[in-house]
Design a protein around this ligand. Structure first.
Ligand SMILES: Nc1ncnc2c1ncn2[C@@H]1O[C@H](COP(=O)(O)OP(=O)(O)OP(=O)(O)O)[C@@H](O)[C@H]1O
Length: 317
């Protein structure tokens, strides 16, 4: 049912440029996590470090007893088989049909026959709703379909962990909503651990079990969705509610003058916490918690109107 990723004291720089330092978090097995952060805070670098494409300066990444940060190339090769990755642009080979793109990892990494490959490819194409489009080239389909094809390819080796790098980038709100539903449904179906990097606040507010926020070269907060959505911590509050008032400025941090100028401005109240999006078949995911459970267990009063069904989103300001 998916595997846990335990990150401890992780630090990454390029030359003298520190990207983030001392990041510690546990991505629980089978759950969905979203990683947020202003542009350039190193979210993609974080994903690449998790799959061992980049080496951290310090710290550990434990997956099934192996430390990705320090293991041999051979161990890394084995651990990588646990991962499926959906890259930002789908990363399709432009000259290959969708069928051949999705079949590619099977042909590269397994000794399966072409008829076995066909069964698996068609099963994954079905999972992402692309039956009938196998013969198309990536350039002949919409961005949303390309993402789904990339997702089929990410699933083809039956991963225990799926990483999504901005799955919603370049998609309109309706396609984003469909893709989010697909992500939730897939998580319920394949039970793998999902980590999603996104800029989409609605996705962050409604899809995950846990949210992390990278800001100013560190992990500002990581925890259950309800913890971050009820948090008054200024950076978390500002980011998750898409507000201008707060410590984050146009180019990352506001300076002292900017903060002084807004010190008497009243912050709008926290918007209600929406219900978590559910699988479309109505059967709760294995890791799904009851609405408000974290708040109750931790004695936190959620903002008024939270967890009401059919609540409309109210972010921004
Ligand atoms: N291979 C590399 N060599 C040097 N610097 C790099 C490398 N990869 C990324 N960086 C730098 O690391 C920083 C973080 O980049 P990254 O793409 O991870 O940010 P991000 O949070 O994903 O941004 P966005 O939200 O805009 O996609 C940037 O300053 C980038 O220039």
């Amino acid at each position: 049912m998916g595997v846990e990723i335990e990150v401890e004291g992780l630090t990454k720089s390029f030359g003298k440029q520190l990207i983030w330092g001392d990041v510690s978090l546990t991505v629980p097995a089978g759950e969905i996590c979203v990683m947020l952060g202003p542009s350039g805070t190193g979210k993609s670098v974080f994903l690449k470090t998790l799959i061992g494409l980049l080496k951290p300066d310090r710290g550990s990444i434990m997956i099934e007893g192996t430390d990705i940060a320090s293991c041999s190339e051979r161990d890394l090769y084995e651990i990588r088989k646990l991962f499926g990755v959906l890259f930002q642009d789908g990363a399709m080979f432009g000259s290959m049909t969708l069928y051949d793109n999705v079949a590619f990892p099977l042909r590269e990494h397994t000794r399966k026959s072409e008829s076995e490959i066909r069964d698996i490819v068609m099963e994954k194409m079905d999972l992402v709703g692309l039956i009938g489009a196998e013969g198309k080239l990536p350039g002949e389909i919409s961005g949303g379909m390309r993402k789904r094809a990339g997702l089929a390819r990410a699933l083809v080796l039956d991963p225990e962990i799926v990483l999504f790098d901005e799955p919603d980038s370049g998609l309109d709100p309706v396609r984003t909503a469909f893709l989010n539903q697909l992500i939730i449904d897939l998580n319920a179906q394949i039970d793998a651990t999902f980590l999603i990097v996104t800029h989409d606040i609605n996705t962050a507010r409604t899809v995950p079990d846990n949210i992390g926020l990278l800001y100013h070269k560190h992990l500002a907060m990581f925890g259950p969705r309800e913890m971050l959505l009820s948090s008054e911590e200024p950076v978390v509050r500002q980011f998750l509610n898409a507000q201008r008032v707060g410590p984050i400025g146009m180019s990352e941090e506001k300076d002292a003058d900017e903060l002084e100028a807004e010190k008497d401005q009243e912050l709008p109240p926290l918007p209600p916490i929406p219900m978590q999006q559910e699988p479309s078949n109505g059967i709760p995911r294995r890791s799904q918690r009851a609405p408000g459970e974290w708040c109750r267990e931790n004695g936190v009063t959620p903002p008024p109107g939270s967890f009401e069904p059919n609540m409309t989103m109210a972010v921004g300001g």
